[in-house]
Design a protein around this ligand. Structure first.
Ligand SMILES: C[S@@+](CC[C@H](N)C(=O)[O-])C[C@H]1O[C@@H](n2cnc3c(N)ncnc32)[C@H](O)[C@@H]1O
Length: 312
């Protein structure tokens, strides 16, 4: 597939090179970048792998990973390399609705250059056959795929990498109902790791009954970026770096209207329906004003929405 084929499709995907030199994409339909502008590989390592707890596992251990929103396969490639380095036996399931990001990445020499030969071999196999030695790729809406996959993954996962677009543009993958399903995949000590620190998502994880920790803002980020993401588990999380307790500002964020959950009772609503339903509940709700919270902390942190990065 070429960029021209891609532009001809009903929504464009455009290549981007991020600050660490690694390959990424920008999606026209979601109006959002696939990775942090500071670096796709940097994000895979610091946001998703550093808090995953893989280093604590003994060599030759089995590790089961569910990856939500595989996209270009950047996180997958980094995960494969890390498991190989730590001599872990990876069992993997990948969920993704669009085949193009992986095809486009694999067709681009800049992406191929940044991957190890071993990871490329597995990604090529995923793109061609829908599976690789580590496990299968399930193409389609992750809400449906995960329901189908449940008999295989329920209470099996050491790690869930949740890398959907932000809740504002992709609320269907951050609803209370979807996150309930995701949580059911975890072993008691398993972890969900995400870049997202939205109050609504943290509120859903709390309602599901998970314990949570925050991640520090990326090194070198400005004062506007107040969080680097969220980790959640059925067990109380040991607050070893990079995991940290929520700050007073984050705790207060949870009391605002921004913490109104996204709801998708039958796991088939459109994003517009989910957003509208939430907006109506926010109008009726009694939560603190989110703008007052923002004003209150603005002086200290110069707050902006820590959601996903605008197009470059
Ligand atoms: C932020 S990107 C993922 C980036 C990816 N982890 C990577 O390393 O390239 C979000 C991905 O979610 C996918 N997506 C959007 N809606 C989805 C849905 N309902 N089910 C499954 N995947 C979805 C998009 O096609 C896109 O590839």
């Amino acid at each position: 597939m070429t960029w021209t084929d891609c532009s001809a499709a009903n929504s464009r995907l455009e290549p981007r090179i991020t600050a660490d030199g690694s390959f990424s994409l920008w999606s026209e339909s979601f109006d959002q970048a696939f990775h942090s502008a500071r670096g796709a590989i940097e994000e895979a390592r610091t946001t998703f792998l550093a808090p995953a707890g893989l280093e604590g596992l003994a060599p030759r251990s089995d590790v089961a990973v569910l990856e939500l929103c595989v996209g270009t396969g950047t996180n997958t490639a980094q995960l494969l390399d890390r498991c190989r380095k730590l001599d872990l036996k990876l069992r993997w399931w990948g969920l993704e609705s669009d085949r193009r990001p992986l095809q486009l990445a694999l067709a681009d020499p800049r992406f191929r250059c940044q991957c190890s030969e071993q990871s490329l071999e597995l990604l090529d196999s995923l793109a061609k056959t829908g599976s690789c030695r580590a496990g299968p790729m399930l193409w389609g809406d992750a809400r449906q795929s995960l329901q189908n996959l449940m008999p295989k993954v329920e209470a099996q996962c050491d790690l869930v990498i949740h890398d959907a677009f932000s809740p504002r543009v992709c609320p269907e993958l951050w609803s209370l109902e979807f996150l309930t399903l995701v949580a059911r995949c975890l072993k008691p000590e398993g972890r969900i790791v995400t870049y997202c620190s939205a109050a609504a998502v943290r509120q859903c994880l709390k309602l599901v009954g998970l314990h949570q920790a925050g991640l520090p803002p990326p090194t070198g980020s400005g004062p506007h970026q107040w969080s680097g993401g969220t980790v959640a588990s059925w067990k109380v999380l040991e607050l070893k770096p990079p995991l940290q307790a929520f700050t007073a500002m984050e705790l207060e964020h949870q009391l605002t209207r921004a913490a109104q959950p996204y709801r998708d009772p039958r796991l088939n609503a459109t994003s517009e329906q989910i957003r509208q339903d939430r907006q109506q509940k926010q109008l009726l709700g009694t939560g603190l004003s989110t703008s007052a919270w923002r004003r209150r902390w603005q002086g200290e942190a110069g707050l902006t929405d820590p959601g996903r990065f605008p197009p470059s």
